[in-house]
Ligand binder design. Structure first.
Ligand code: URP
Ligand code: ZN
Ligand code: ZN
Length: 460
């Protein structure tokens, strides 16, 4: 089986040139001018289009039992939505509840994905408790190909760890060379402020961001940085939303703490006024950390440009507006947290980032693919275009013009947070290991072909 992508404008994190890309079976085998296709080679004309390495979403939830309900996508639906939008690899948070064991949870999450995902996948292993058996289980999970953990400083009682558990997790991670991703918010402050707001009769979705202002997130980051400094572990702050949290992380980085930073497409483009929309519509925009004051957006864009922020993810967590978000109609603390966006991350980042002049093409590729691959031990198999790499490619049409709508999306959720937003460019042909999986907004690939990506830890 062979595939030839002709005359595309190839853009990686650090290079740009026009050439043909020849793929045999699952792998890129040659990049050159004027490659002649053999008999039976599938040829894709990429003239006038970009060719990017397959994009990687470093933070998604597909199987997510959370806040008394279950996120709507399955691997069948979520992976198709990802591919249509140009994302060829998913890194999902495996999030056991505190009563579950890590190894059983890992196997449960694997069973959700294996044979069902159309795109390649791996997991950040959630460490949601650290009892006498946890270390042995985590060692086994790492031996099975996981090289990143996830801890929550928020959601105490559900996923959140206490300080002893955090310290032990980071010490083990340092020993194993595993990078620890972390949700950073001070849970005690959140709980106190939620109680105060509810007692004052403030129950609407617009109160959510009042319950967890920037200082709450910055304190969570400071907390993690202290533990990272003392253990020497490599850390990665997920869904960083504001200037205060970024400054705290950068102060730590300056004194030698090992920290990478992820922001989300939602924080770059949406602000807290969306969550303040009347008639409960704001519930569509409730997530944690919350959408912030718009003044944070230029800080995050600059952070991407300057290399302070390494990645742009989605934290995809889809809950229906009709039936699930209303669980919190009379109490904002019960609104299932999450803003779906897996399908549109790349098209939005291109339109409102590259086309709008906020980031250049190389930064775009870096933060949505290459940096992710490097941080999470997937590079150079993923995250770049070179002979020997997996043939995960995105032929991207910069001349496409369209509008986002829930009516046409593949994500299995009843609304789009970006309804009516214009797109200027989209993923046109998307390949996974040498096979076309999506074309012009439609999934055309074989379902269930996605593979679990074995990773070897490198963050010693
Ligand atoms: O609101 C969010 N972020 N929902 C998903 C769970 C998490 O905290 O990542
Ligand atoms: Zn989180
Ligand atoms: Zn998340």
């Amino acid at each position: 089986m062979s595939l030839l992508i002709k005359a595309g404008d190839i853009v990686t994190a650090d290079s740009r040139y026009v050439a043909d890309i020849y793929c045999e079976d699952e792998t890129i085998t040659r990049i050159d001018r004027d490659i002649t296709p053999g008999a039976g080679t599938e040829v894709i004309d990429a003239r006038g289009k970009y060719v990017f390495p397959g994009f990687i979403d470093p933070h998604v939830h597909i199987y997510l039992p959370f806040m008394g309900t279950l996120a709507k996508d399955t691997y069948e639906t979520g992976s198709k939505a990802a591919l249509v939008g140009g994302t060829t690899t998913l890194i999902e948070m495996c999030c056991p509840s505190r009563k579950d064991d890590a190894l059983a949870a890992f196997e449960l999450w694997m069973a959700q994905a294996a044979g069902k995902s159309a795109c390649d996948f791996t997991f950040h292993m959630g460490v949601t408790k650290f009892d006498a058996t946890t270390a042995a289980q985590l060692r086994e999970i790492v031996a099975r190909g996981i090289s990143s953990f996830k801890v929550f400083l928020a959601y105490k009682g559900a996923f959140g760890v206490d300080d002893t558990e955090l310290y032990r997790t980071l010490k083990l991670a340092k020993e194993l060379g595993v990078i620890v991703t972390a949700h950073c918010e001070n849970e005690t402050l959140v709980a106190e402020r939620c109680a105060e707001l509810l007692a004052a009769g403030k129950t609407d979705p617009g109160q959510h961001h009042e319950s967890r202002p920037p200082a709450v997130e910055a304190e969570g980051v400071h907390h993690l940085m202290t533990f990272a400094e003392l253990t020497g572990a490599a850390t990665y702050i997920v869904h960083l939303s504001c200037r205060e949290a970024l400054s705290t992380a950068m102060a730590a980085r300056q004194r030698g703490v090992r920290v990478a930073v992820e922001t989300l497409i939602q924080y770059l483009l949406l602000d807290k006024t969306y969550a303040e929309r009347p008639d409960f519509e704001g519930a569509k925009y409730v997530m944690s950390p919350p959408l912030r004051d718009a003044r944070n957006q230029p800080v995050l864009w600059k952070g991407l440009r300057d290399g302070l922020v390494q990645t742009v993810a989605t934290d995809h967590a889809p809950f229906d507006f009709a039936k699930q978000k209303p669980m919190g109609r009379d109490d904002f603390t019960k609104i299932p947290n999450g803003i779906p966006s897996l399908e549109e991350r790349i098209n939005l980042l291109y339109t409102y980032g590259v086309k709008a002049g906020k980031i250049d093409l190389h930064t775009f590729v870096n933060v949505a693919s290459t940096n992710v691959a490097r941080l999470f031990d997937l590079f150079p198999r993923k995250g770049t275009i070179q002979p020997g790499a997996d043939a995960d490619l995105v032929v991207f049409d910069p001349n496409y013009r369209g509008t986002i709508s829930a009516k046409t999306q593949h994500m299995n959720v009843d609304y789009s947070a970006f309804e009516g937003w214009k797109l200027e460019g989209r993923a046109s042909v998307v390949t996974v290991r040498g096979q076309v999986a999506a074309r012009d907004g439609k999934f055309v690939g074989p379902p269930g072909r996605g593979r679990f990506l074995q990773r070897t830890p490198s963050h010693y």
